[in-house]
Design a protein around this ligand. Structure first.
Ligand SMILES: [Fe+2]
Ligand SMILES: [Fe+2]
Length: 348
């Protein structure tokens, strides 16, 4: 098993040092960490009744593209489920902190949480299992409380060091949530640690393959919402189509699974095809469309021998042989070159 190592120290909200920078997160270290907080009981509170979370989240989900991609009924279902979720005080503190200090992180955390619940309802079967997991307070970016605001909100490109400190949020969140939940194997801590891992092992902090469906759903919702949001270093957000193309590209490279991509694409199609049957376009906008070998419709001036209406030419290919047919726009008569020839012969 690869052991993670902290690059920076991890502090609680009240500046209690939990672990120093450079600390390897071995089983013994984690056992000891959890033991130091055993017996502490935190007050739990329904998350949607906390502060202005309910009003804010409802408003965030009413903004495009979420108002379109998620039908009102699925948004309501997600809210109904979230209504049953209680978070312990330190987790709720995260929302207080970011609502005041970095509104993007506040909004993003709530949207990713709600969106991953909507997706899980469509993609995962054993609802009891993942609901219990989600209840644990899966605030994927919890560890951002340990990243200086000047890095989180930096308008300039990040330096190498900034990047290391920013990426520290996944392990910082893992340590903090393990400590608060008094269990380093709880799902919330795990999500925090693994939401930047990828299927092909190209992610961080450990570069191990992403292996859990629920973590993957959260990871993809995280990427999608981040692309759609203006960021200090990238004030113009991606448009929805380009964001979907980026995510499709990641699936093509084997970084994430196709199911989650298909779900996102299905939500964004007007006809809402089922997730299993959705056809994901792998074309980039502006790139020439691959020739549709099934049927290409080309305009050509041919008169219908039946009603003299205008006709369209239809080319089809079978085993790389081209067949041309004509279809009358008025009477629907279909004929080919031979028919035309015969027709002319008849007239003579
Ligand atoms: Fe993150
Ligand atoms: Fe995130």
């Amino acid at each position: 098993m690869t052991t993670a190592k902290l690059v920076c120290p991890v502090y609680t909200f009240d500046y209690k040092l939990l672990l120093p920078g450079g600390q390897e997160l071995t089983r013994e270290v984690l056992d000891e960490l959890v033991a130091t907080n055993k017996g502490t009981s935190y007050q739990a509170h329904p998350v949607l009744e906390y502060g202005t979370i309910y009003q804010d989240l409802t408003r965030f989900l009413q903004n495009p593209p979420y108002n379109i991609s998620f039908e009102k009924s699925s948004r309501d279902d997600a809210l109904a489920l979230m209504n049953k979720i209680n978070f312990i005080q330190p987790i709720l503190k995260f929302f207080d902190y970011f609502k005041e200090k970095d509104f993007y992180t506040y909004r993003h955390s709530l949207v990713v949480f709600a969106m991953s619940i909507i997706m899980a309802q469509d993609l995962l079967e054993e609802s009891e299992d993942w609901i219990a997991d989600v209840m644990a307070g899966t605030i994927h970016d919890f560890g951002k409380v340990g990243v200086p605001l000047k890095i989180l909100k930096k308008p300039d490109p990040l330096t190498k060091v900034d990047k290391i400190i920013l990426e520290h949020h996944s392990l910082a969140g893992f340590v903090l949530l393990s400590y608060f939940h008094q269990d380093y194997q709880n799902f919330a801590a795990w999500v925090s640690k693994e939401h930047h891992e990828r299927r092909d092992g190209s992610g961080y902090p450990l570069g191990i393959p992403l292996r859990d469906n629920m973590v993957e759903i959260i990871a993809v919702c995280d990427i999608y919402d981040a692309l759609l949001s203006p960021r200090p270093h990238r004030p113009t957000p991606y448009d929805n189509r380009t964001a979907l193309e980026e995510i499709t590209e990641m699936a093509k490279k084997g970084k994430i699974g196709w199911d989650v991509v298909k779900a996102l694409v299905s939500y964004n199609r007007k006809d809402r095809p089922s997730i299993q049957e959705v056809n994901v376009s792998t074309e980039k906008r502006g790139a020439p469309l691959k020739e549709d070998l099934g049927r290409v419709v080309v305009e050509k001036q041919i008169e219908c021998p039946n009603c003299h209406g205008s006709c369209k030419e239809k080319k089809s290919y079978k085993e790389s042989t081209e067949y041309v047919k004509y279809e009358c726009r008025s009477c629907g008569n279909e004929f080919d070159e031979d028919d035309l020839l015969n027709m002319e012969m008849d007239l003579h």
